[in-house]
Ligand binder design. Sequence first.
Ligand code: G6P
Length: 287
Amino acid sequence: MPVEVTDSRLEISHPNGSSVELLLYGANIISWKAPGKTDGAIEERLYTSPKAFLDGSKPVRGGIPVVFPFFGPPTRPEHSQLSQHGFARSEVWKFDGIVSDNADVVSVRLVFEPNDSVKAKFPAPFRLFYIVALFAHQLNTSLHVENPSETQVLTFQALLHTYIRTEVAVSTVTPLKGLTYINKLKPGLPEEVETRDEVDVKEPADFVYKLAGGDYKVVGNGKGIHVQAKGFKDVVIWNPGTDGKKMSDLAEGGWDHFICVEPGAASYWIDLSPGSTWEGQQILTVL
Ligand SMILES: O=P(O)(O)OC[C@H]1O[C@H](O)[C@H](O)[C@@H](O)[C@@H]1O
């Protein structure tokens, strides 16, 4: 079967050998395996920490966590009761059916509607859909935010916190040169302009690149992933380096094996008018 659903996870398989595993907890993709375009070798393309909690007790350290309704830490009073990066990554989503199943693409839809505990902390009406589409060499994830209110504007941020598996020692992200970025490692300091042709994360990195263009490449050891984004104007590049020692769900040296490339609305807010839907999409392609 191309889609297997259990109480807690989904597995999607493509006829060409690629596959995805996703937890209903957070709609968090925890694995994407896809063949190389030239060698055909099926490899894991995302990083999920071997120490990540996959039992729903804590947001998953790895894969693709979904960030909504704000990119943390909270800065607005209406988010003060919510935890870092909001609740979308720590609530249980529902499988909402197979969207397509053919030789090109197998895709599914998940939905999250606010439950009582979310409504108590975040009363604004909303509904989230997440479409996960698996192609031979590509994984396409689309977050749809609906505002069902007839009167109230829904204000939010959203982001896909993608952990790309790559060897940090030899990997770079391009093209970011010339972009203005917020350096979250130096809070309060003015924004900076990226001067590097190729950005690496050999030192701790936590940079929010604004109006970043939506087209990035992560390359290392002759392999790589093309990251395209639509609807997400920013991209965050994050790796904690040895500060990762403070994270109970990241093993010693785990930070050497990923770069987070996070398309998102992170430096700005989206005001969604009543009755409207917003979409943010990420397309990952094996290079
Ligand atoms: O530890 P988490 O809550 O998953 O956040 C991990 C990281 O996410 C983003 O990339 C932020 O820019 C970082 O500041 C944060 O440390």
